[in-house]
Design a protein around this ligand. Structure first.
Ligand SMILES: [Zn+2]
Length: 296
């Protein structure tokens, strides 16, 4: 079994890892470089890089797996050759689809506005092509292969790509529907953590999962975002209590938060409740993700 880390070793995000045998290969994540990490690239350069990766080391069976929906892990999915199957969690697809549909609504409004007032021909053309680009990305997303989140304490099913077996394990991270992977082939076992944390509400599942399933591991591939940090991570419970204190102290409190971070949104909601304050949601995307999280 061969492992090649194409990107992500000396930076945060932009991860691309290839694992191959004689006949098969899988990629874990195809992420965009985060601003300030790695070399800034144009979309054309990104596309060229992805194409050159797929042009080498070709195998009979190939697939791409995504650990979660952050752009630095999934952001290059549109450049994956159309004959290569791509896999992600059902919830990840749902969040990405929602993001594109909300962006699409905004882009459509812009086109309509410019249609009624064509003072700038170029701006109109640009907004039309933006609309088409979002539609293209939605169509690609609809071709994703999905796995369902397994219930807690149940063993998830593996997915076979030739002679490589990939098993996704639900995981706590600052976005909903994040996974670790056990990758088995040629008698070897790799544990790929993706991004993860233990200080969220769902973090209590981390060590039991590792103890039960991450056994006899030959190679560990882990994110190292916090390895050089001196400060301690505080638990979401504490974050919520601190926010409630601020909300009680001041009349109006404005909170900026990621719309896909289910646990932080829960903390904010709980803080507002404990402070006796009404919670107003300003963003349509955030309102809709909260709808999904409540349902799930
Ligand atoms: Zn992440």
């Amino acid at each position: 079994m061969n492992i090649k880390v194409h990107r992500g070793l000396d930076q945060i995000g932009g991860c691309i890892t290839e694992i191959s045998t004689e006949t098969s290969r899988v990629f874990i994540d195809f992420g965009l470089n985060l601003p300030g990490y790695g070399i800034a690239t144009t979309p054309e350069e990104d596309q060229e890089m992805v194409e050159s990766i797929f042009a080498q080391n070709k195998k009979e069976n190939e697939a791409v797996f995504y650990t979660h929906g952050h752009e630095d892990h999934v952001g290059l999915f549109e450049y994956i050759p159309s004959n290569i199957p791509q896999y992600m969690g059902e919830g990840t697809k749902e969040l990405l689809a929602l993001k594109y549909h909300v962006t699409h609504e905004g882009a459509k409004l812009k086109v309509q506005e410019l249609q009624n007032n064509v003072s700038d021909e170029q701006e109109y053309k640009d907004s039309l092509s933006k609309l088409e680009y979002i539609e293209y990305k939605i169509s690609l997303l609809n071709r994703m292969n999905l796995w369902k989140r397994t219930l807690p304490r149940k063993k998830p099913a593996g997915i076979l790509i030739g002679d490589i077996k990939i098993t996704p394990f639900f995981n706590c991270h600052s976005i909903y529907d994040s996974y670790m992977f056990l990758i088995e082939a040629e008698g070897k076992r790799i544990w790929h953590t993706g991004d993860y944390r233990a200080h969220g509400y769902m973090g209590k599942g981390l060590f039991p999962t590792l103890k039960k399933y991450a056994t006899n591991i030959d190679v560990l591939i882990t994110e190292g975002t916090m390895l050089n940090h001196d400060e301690k991570c505080i638990h979401e419970n504490t974050v919520s209590k601190k926010m409630a204190h601020i909300m009680k102290t001041f009349k109006y409190v404005f909170v900026l938060a990621s719309a896909t971070n289910i646990e932080r949104l829960a903390s904010i909601k709980e803080a507002a409740k404990n402070a006796g304050k009404s919670l107003y949601i300003w963003s349509l995307f955030l309102k809709k993700t909260m709808g999904i999280f409540t349902e799930r």
